[in-house]
Each structure stands twice: as C-alpha cells, then as structure tokens.
Ligand binder design. Structure first.
Ligand code: NGS
Length: 279
C-alpha cells in the first residue's frame, strides 16, 4: 500500500520537495517512558525548535503544513512525556508544524471538543494552516509511517491502541487522534461546543462528518498503533446521550459558527504555544 497516494498535500510538489521514505526504516519506536528525557530548553535548542513549538525542514521544501491541537488540563507529567517524544517524531517526517496546547481554565467541567474549536480559531489567526491534527496528549504514536498530516478524507489516526489490545472497539469511533484539512473541518462547522464532561463529543463529530457526506479513512492497524499513557478513568457525563440525540439539529448553529471564549493567557513556550482559555 502506498500511503502517499492517500495524502492531501499542503503545497504542490516541486524541485527539492521533502520526501518521506515510507517503510524504509525501522518503523516501530521504543516506549515513550524509555526515551531519554531532556529539559525543554535543551531540546528546543538541540532540535532548533522555534519559540511556540514551531519547526520546518530547512534543506528541502516541506509538503505538509500542520497545526497540532492538544486540549489540556492537569496532566503535567504526560505533557512532558508527549513533548519529549513528539518533536523528534514530527521532524523525522519533515513536516512544517506547530504545536498548540489549549488549556481549559478551572471553573467548568472539561470540554475537549470546544478546546479543539478554540485551537482551530487561535491557530488560524496566526497562520493559514492547511491541516489540523486534533489529539489527546496521552496518545503516543508508535509507528513513524503514521504521517502527521492530512489525507484526502478525514482520518481517524488512532485506530489501534494498546489499551484496546490494538483493536478498533467500534466502527464509528473517531476519538483519540484525528486529522482533517481546514476545509473539511470548516465544512462540518467544527465540533459541538455543548459537550462538557467525558464522552460523546467524538461520536457527535463523526455524525457531523457523515451528515455532510464525508467518508473517513484509517491507515492499517500496524501503522495506526498508539501507546496510551495511563491515568485514572474519568466518569462519563450524564448529559452526553441527550446531546448526541439532538445533535443533528445543532450542526449548523453550534460549532465554530457560534464559538465564544476568552483567552486568559498565552505564551510561546519552548516546545509549544500555550493558550489558557475560559470556555
Ligand atoms: C464511547 C464514548 C466516546 C469514547 C469511546 C471510547 O462510549 O466518547 O467510548 O472511549 N461515547 C459516549 O460516551 C457516548 S475510551 O474507551 O477510549 O475511553 O471516545
């Protein structure tokens, strides 16, 4: 299978475009906890990461321009492990990328989906990103052939997770890590903003895609392998099924079209752009 054929390039190929040699190197990586840890400033200097967690290859023209959006609250050690692991991973894929951590202020229950919308909105103010990866920081991609860029169809990237014994639990699962072009994301009005608490927001998003006629894609289970960092399970929200049930009525009015939030703080940290948002 040639993964390249499925990719949606951000820039047209040209002389000296970067290449990613699929399958030609050892594709399985060691476990994230086993990676040598480095201080953020040291890593940023060594890997030439610009303030705010930006990087692009300088000796070839990148094919992909990607914003990586990570919703966050209260998982500091996981964030450290993720950043330590992901920068070398992304650089080996020769991407033009920038990482955003969208932290939710303490007041309300966690709203993963709305934080994704905020990430999209803030990233779009900074740069004309072509492709967005929306993902949780507890998910570590284990195969270098799992390209952190967009495909012609919206892609479920984390279909093979160790905690599910590397099986897809249900066909409509579209959570964990996903990749969409800006156009695809805008076509479905982004995520719903009403899912406070755990669960359902990803199912709602999958329904949005279906309602707009999108098919989704997944790479093979070998490529789409993830290792999940352990943490306590959240208790599911009690309103998630009601929100799912009447979701279709809100596709056009609830999403990036009516997104309201306040940025309380933002910083260009060595390994990522940090945005504290009240949602
Ligand atoms: C479903 C949830 C999804 C969730 C998926 C996997 O039941 O949001 O489980 O969860 N849907 C509802 O609650 C309606 S996991 O096992 O990865 O924690 O993503």
């Amino acid at each position: 299978e040639n993964i390249y054929d499925e990719m949606e390039m951000s820039y047209p190929p040209r002389d000296n475009s970067c290449t990613i040699s699929i399958g030609s190197r050892s594709s399985h990586l060691s476990y994230p906890e086993e990676h040598p840890r480095e201080r953020p400033m040291t890593m940023a200097r060594r890997l030439k990461i610009l303030p705010g967690g930006q990087w692009k290859p300088l000796n070839c023209h990148p094919l992909f321009n990607v914003a990586i959006i990570l919703p966050y609250r209260n998982r500091q050690s996981q964030l450290g492990i993720f950043m330590n692991y992901i920068h070398p991973f992304l650089q080996s894929q020769n991407l033009d990328y920038r990482i955003f951590v969208i932290e939710q202020s303490p007041m309300r229950e966690f709203n993963r989906a709305k934080l994704f919308n905020v990430g999209y909105a803030e990233a779009t103010k900074i740069n004309d990103f072509h492709c967005f990866i929306f993902q949780d920081i507890d998910l570590i991609p284990q195969n270098l052939n799992n390209i952190y860029a967009c495909t012609k169809m919206p892609r479920h990237m984390s279909s093979s997770v160790n905690t599910f014994r590397y099986n897809l639990p249900y066909t409509g699962l579209f959570g964990g890590a996903i990749a969409l072009t800006r156009k695809q994301f805008e076509r479905v009005n982004g995520f719903s903003n009403v899912f406070y608490g755990w669960g359902g927001e990803d199912d709602d998003f999958y329904s949005r895609l279906q309602s707009r006629g999108f098919q989704i894609t997944r790479f093979g289970p070998n490529v789409a392998q993830y290792y999940m960092l352990t943490h306590k399970k959240e208790s599911p929200s009690t309103t998630r099924f009601a929100n799912l049930e009447n979701g279709a009525r809100r596709y056009d009015t609830d999403g990036i079209s009516n997104l309201e939030y306040k940025v309380l703080n933002h910083q260009l940290r060595p390994l990522y752009s940090w945005i504290l948002a009240d949602v």
